[in-house]
Design a protein around this ligand. Sequence first.
Ligand code: CU
Length: 261
Amino acid sequence: MNKRKWIWLFATLMILGLAACGKKGDEATTAPAKDTLSVPRPTPIDPSTVGEVGGEISFGGVRPKSQRINMDQDPACEQKRRGPVIAEDGVVNDNGTLSNVFVYVKAGAEKYTFAPPAEPVVLDQDGCMYKPHVLGLMAGQVLKIVSSDDTTHNIHPMPQNNREWNMSQAPGAAPIEQEFVRPEIMIPVKCNQHPWMRAWIGVTSNPFFAVSGSDGTFTIKRLPPGDYTIEAWTANFGTQEHKVTVGAKETKTVDFRFKAS
Ligand SMILES: [Cu+2]
């Protein structure tokens, strides 16, 4: 057989082979996974090895004076108020700890890829205050803003690394759903109607974050074994970081102590 015939034979076999593949593909019962190229696959993490980091945020030094909020300018806010309302930034708990501290894995989790949770994080406007005052969510996760108030709010996040926007929300209006696509610690949020309203949003690239509660404690769960840098962010007293090594199934304690700057 001469060279030309070999080429024809080869081409014919290729066409038959491709046809057979196509037929096989048509009969396949499962479709290929969607967007496998654009959406990175989450790194599998063995749940039997994960540990956690918890601790307490304490405050030493002179307590800042609390700032009372005056809601006189909007009767709808004022009517809903039960007793004095205090600005949350800089508040020291009765037990000498700090709530509303955003604690997160700043470094050590880069080797993993995480998909943002499908459930949104909800930010409520209630009594003309944001609830919660400090929240975290992952880049690409939906932030769902709702209002429990009988007045119009205008929510206005002021990011450095994400798109800035503001949107009005009248009483009874549909929830506003937005996402921040890039990690950012922290995004301040204000209301263009009520100058005292303030929230802080931490946007992370991993699911390892927590906000200290009214007892000043926090817990970051489901950490794979490894070396991490944990940062604690406060609105008024700066940030601090600690390094920690978490072994398989280990629970580590990392405490932070802030003072007035
Ligand atoms: Cu408002």
